[in-house]
Design a protein around this ligand. Structure first.
Ligand code: DX5
Ligand code: ZN
Length: 220
């Protein structure tokens, strides 16, 4: 299981990113919010692209935005591994996933807590990752929704039944030491924000999510 650290993309980006760069976290999860798909707004791309100054980690970009095609072109120019946007958009989905692949990047679809997983079916051939939202998108620090454990299991079965068990499943929202046990057997990646960044020792929190504290003394 890999850990993708979500930082506060609405404030000065340097603070958390510099500290995360000293950890062995696998990815930096970049939440882009346009103020339309969700009411909150993140920093603009012009500011977020400065991310390379603070981190050499690969980026896991989560677009909570309506107009995704121009954003895909922009975020593809960074040190990006995944670009994910929302299946609820209902438009440009196949085009968006193909555009992401045209840059040699991994393509994902995110799904909100209340959306039926069957809406993912037409896109499975174009997907490398599914980002299951375990809170309503829009802000960090919310509580993990308890029905997610069953939902993740349903998704895993849905994928296996369609011969798509190799699609990466990631979970985003409310992941901490109290909720990790509900997801760790089923998912490939966990996104965690406030649990890591509101701690004094980022590495310790990452180790706890991975299920051990062996690397604890590495510092933060
Ligand atoms: C929610 C974002 C999440 C969030 C995670 O809109 O997509 O990535 O920042 O933060 P925590 O782990 O604090 O719920
Ligand atoms: Zn996110």
């Amino acid at each position: 299981m890999k850990v993708s650290a979500s930082f506060l993309s609405s404030r000065d980006i340097g603070i958390d990113l510099k500290k995360l760069n000293f950890t062995d976290v696998d990815y930096i999860h970049v939440d882009y919010m346009d103020g339309k798909f969700v009411s909150s707004k993140s920093l603009s791309f012009r500011k977020l692209k400065k991310i390379y100054k603070y981190t050499s980690k690969r980026l896991d970009v989560h677009l909570m935005a309506v107009d995704v095609l121009p954003l895909i072109r922009k975020f593809a120019s960074l040190n990006t591994e995944f670009i994910t946007f929302h299946v609820e958009l209902g438009k440009d989905i196949e085009a968006g996933l193909k555009l992401i692949h045209s840059y040699g990047l991994k393509a994902g679809l995110a799904i909100k807590p209340g959306t039926d997983i069957s809406v993912l079916a037409p896109y499975l051939d174009f997907l490398d990752m599914i980002l299951v939202m375990s809170v309503e998108p829009g802000k960090g620090g919310q509580s993990f929704l308890s029905f997610m454990e069953a939902r993740l299991m349903d998704l895993k079965i849905f994928l296996l039944e369609r011969g798509k068990g190799d699609i990466i499943v990631s979970v985003d929202g409310g992941i901490n030491e109290g909720t990790i046990h509900q997801v760790k057997e089923v998912v490939d990646v966990v996104v965690s924000g406030s649990y890591i960044t509101e701690s004094r020792n980022f590495q310790e929190r990452i180790d706890i999510l991975r299920g051990g504290l062996e690397n604890h003394e590495k510092g933060y």
